[in-house]
Design a protein around this ligand. Structure first.
Ligand code: MG
Ligand code: ZN
Length: 236
């Protein structure tokens, strides 16, 4: 009896993920039609997703129309931090669900039709486990790893890091103070996702942020969504 119970659990999970994949495909088409680069930001709680986005929205406000879909269990604290920076902010309260799914993102997108964002950041719920399984229709995954977390996070959470297109090492300004072993962290990233790009940043001191902004533009070109910000500026 216990075996058939276990089998049922697997079937339910698969059907949830199948349904999610279908909606994710529609989301990706929605983003493609608008030439909007969608980035799924994932990390543990407190790794610095919102801090990175605060800086990004401020620094790119003159060159790109942006939107942020923010997932949180309960509060709108992060959405309020991101507000008033020129970007459209959509808060999703997941209640007790510990990840965003494609349907939640579809509903958030339905509020963005007037905005026509060129870049949509999706700040996932802080959680390194199940968000990895849910395609949201993003073009790329950005996984954050802060210097305070321990260098072996990637090998402890390989499912998440394996799907990363970019790993952003955050809070580099305090790396020495917390005894961060950079070489060990890079080794750990490389062991799990050898192909991912790696950028080291500090949202506080702005170290590395240009590399992050260049990466966003590179992904836009890669998706066929030019033009570059310079050309964009002269068109307006
Ligand atoms: Mg946050
Ligand atoms: Zn979850």
């Amino acid at each position: 009896m216990s075996d058939s119970g276990a089998l049922r659990t697997i079937v339910i999970k698969e059907s949830v993920l199948d349904k999610n994949r279908t909606i994710a495909r529609a989301n990706r088409q929605w983003f493609d039609e608008r030439r909007c680069l969608a980035l799924n930001l994932l990390s543990s709680p407190g790794a610095g997703k919102t801090s990175l986005l605060e800086r990004t929205l401020t620094d790119l406000a003159d060159s790109r129309r942006m939107a942020v879909i923010v997932g949180d269990l309960a509060t709108d604290n992060d959405a309020r931090r991101l507000n008033d920076r020129g970007a459209a902010i959509v808060q999703i309260n997941t209640l007790d669900i510990c990840h965003l799914d494609a349907d939640m993102v579809a509903r958030a997108c339905s509020t963005l039709t007037e905005v026509e964002p060129e870049v949509c950041f999706i700040e996932n719920v802080g959680n390194m486990v199940c968000p990895a399984s849910f395609d949201l229709g993003e073009h790329a995954r950005v996984v954050l790893l802060s210097v305070t977390e321990g260098e072996d996070k990637p090998v402890k959470y390989p499912t998440l890091f394996r799907t990363a297109d970019l790993v952003v090492i955050t809070k580099c300004d305090i790396a020495d103070a917390v005894g961060f072993d950079r070489d060990a962290a890079i080794r750990s990233v490389r062991a799990v996702c050898p192909e991912a790009d790696v950028i080291e940043v500090s949202a506080r001191t702005a170290t590395g942020l240009n590399a992050w902004y260049d990466w966003i533009e590179k992904r836009r070109s890669h998706a066929g969504f030019g033009p570059s910000p310079v050309e964009h500026g002269t068109q307006e």
